[in-house]
Design a protein around this ligand. Structure first.
Ligand SMILES: [Mg+2]
Length: 191
């Protein structure tokens, strides 16, 4: 079974955050693109987190998918007949319904999917306990935490994780399109 993180992997939330933070705080998050967390000067960590959620609540539906991501997911489902499973650290109370709505909007009514809302620090344990073999994330720390427990862990190259060291069994790729292709090929190899 394969699991996918959402933000930074499937959902291109960065450009919405950039647009809104520029509007509200006159600060371009492009300036902090090399760190995972949004860090608007003058705001505490909690205030930055609240700001991000505020934007996702009000503008999350405007986010585009990464190029090719949706087509690849649909193809993956059609080829393997495995339900798509997304594992995100998004807060289900704040944006759970909207996250479902976004996925429904892009995947359409006929592709079954499932979303688990799991805080980053518990993702590794969740994936291991639920027998996932493969996971895809854009956060370096997550993939390093998970790598030793799964067969294959993919890190999507993004500005906030490049030039940083991954564990030996983390596979870096440029997009989820690559991951889906590899996963489908690995399944074919065993039939
Ligand atoms: Mg992410």
């Amino acid at each position: 079974m394969i699991g996918f993180d959402l933000d930074g992997v499937i959902i291109k939330i960065g450009e919405i955050l950039q647009r809104e933070i520029l509007k509200k705080h006159n600060y371009d998050i492009y300036d902090c693109r090399h760190t995972y967390y949004i860090n608007v000067p003058g705001l505490s960590h909690a205030e930055n987190q609240n700001l991000v959620y505020d934007i996702i609540i009000n503008h999350g539906m405007e986010a585009n998918p990464y190029p090719g991501a949706i087509e690849s997911l649909i193809n993956l489902y059609k080829t393997t007949q495995e339900n798509l499973t997304f594992v995100t650290a998004r807060d289900p109370q704040l944006v759970g319904a909207q996250t479902w709505e976004w996925l429904k909007k892009y995947l359409g009514p006929t592709i079954p999917f499932h979303v688990e809302f799991i805080p980053s620090k518990s993702k590794a344990e969740y994936l291991y306990n639920n027998k996932f073999k493969t996971f895809v994330d854009d956060r370096l720390r997550n993939v390093n935490d998970i790598a030793e427990y799964l067969d294959a862990v993919f890190l999507i190259n993004r500005p906030w994780n490049i030039n940083r060291e991954t564990k030996y069994n983390v596979i870096r790729v440029d997009s989820v399109v690559d991951v889906c292709e590899r996963y489908i090929n690995s399944k074919r190899a065993f039939v």
